[in-house]
Design a protein around this ligand. Structure first.
Ligand code: NDP
Length: 269
């Protein structure tokens, strides 16, 4: 495995209290970075903080309650990172969730909510952390924004019409941001994921699985139904590894790009 030392660098992961975000925070801590995570639910955040501290007793870790859709809370989160660590080198815009709905059952309010979530979960943290990213880049260090996006951006699903549409827009936003920020030496990339085992899917399993059906059986059946070529859901750490690559100097000549982490679901060439 390639070793990379991130001692002295700071990584911020929105939605770092569960699933992909938590796995990403772990990777950054393992590489020696200081890490800041946020989430809305203080209990879930405290559990994540405790589990990270148990694994990495020396961890420089900040966990702060913050809804990425609330501009004041995002500004307060950025200020807390500045006060505690004095810098941000890598920002992972991960917070969010999908919406299952067809055109027929998506109300105007639901459309607005979904577009708001997908766009502003990228726009607000990026805006708030940009001054620190600029400082990092200005001192000649790696500075990167990485967004968790979905393969739905390129391969829409009618049963997730609003999410698919918003994801496509965010892919465009990321491309524009990458070009605008490139002269400032800040890279902007994303990952396009298919289905990754996470809190969202655990909650769907709790609601939808037949009684007695194990998590393994339920996910294997879904992977078959959804024709995932690799035959299984992805693991949070598999998405996290791609995020880590895009956030660090391992990808120093890559910007405005994306990595497919969908188990082969993408059908385009
Ligand atoms: P999880 O539910 O396990 O984690 C989501 C994280 O985001 C939690 O920490 C959650 O904490 C946080 N979060 C959600 N909304 C907000 C908000 N408004 N402000 C701050 N934090 C928030 O799911 P995943 O790990 O799967 O999700 C990570 C990202 O991956 C999401 O953006 C999701 O849409 C995307 N994705 C996931 C797929 C999958 O198959 N797993 C497929 C496609 C995309 P809290 O609820 O306490 O705020």
């Amino acid at each position: 495995m390639i070793q990379i030392d991130l001692t002295g660098q700071v990584a911020v992961v929105t939605g770092g209290s569960s699933g992909i975000g938590l796995a990403t925070a772990e990777l950054f801590l393992r590489a020696g970075a200081s890490v800041a995570i946020c989430g809305r639910d203080s209990e879930r955040l405290a559990q994540a903080e405790a589990s990270l501290k148990a694994q990495f007793p020396q961890a420089q870790l900040l966990a702060q309650t913050c809804d990425v859709l609330d501009a004041d809370e995002v500004a307060a989160f950025a200020q807390a990172v500045q006060a505690r660590f004095g810098r941000t080198d890598m920002l992972v815009n991960n917070a969010g969730q999908g919406r299952v709905s067809t055109f027929a059952d998506t109300t105007d309010d639901a459309w607005r909510e979904e577009l708001d979530l997908k766009y502003f979960s990228v726009i607000r943290p990026t805006r708030a952390f940009l001054p620190m990213l600029r400082d990092a880049a200005g001192s000649g260090n790696n500075a990167a924004v990485v967004c968790v996006n979905s393969l739905l951006a390129l391969q829409p699903e009618p049963h997730m019409v609003a999410t698919s549409s918003a994801r496509a827009g965010v892919l465009s936003l990321i491309k524009s941001l990458a070009v605008e920020l490139a002269p400032q030496r800040i890279r902007v990339n994303s990952i396009l994921i298919g289905i990754v085992e996470s809190g969202q899917w655990r909650r769907r399993y709790a609601k939808e699985a037949q009684s007695g059906q194990s998590w393994e059986d339920w996910t294997a059946e879904l992977a078959r139904k959804k024709n995932i070529p690799l035959g299984r859901f992805g693991k949070p750490e598999e998405a996290a590894q791609a995020l880590f690559y895009l956030a660090t100097t391992l990808s120093s000549y890559t910007t405005g790009s994306h990595i497919d982490v969908s188990g082969g679901v993408a059908r385009h060439v």
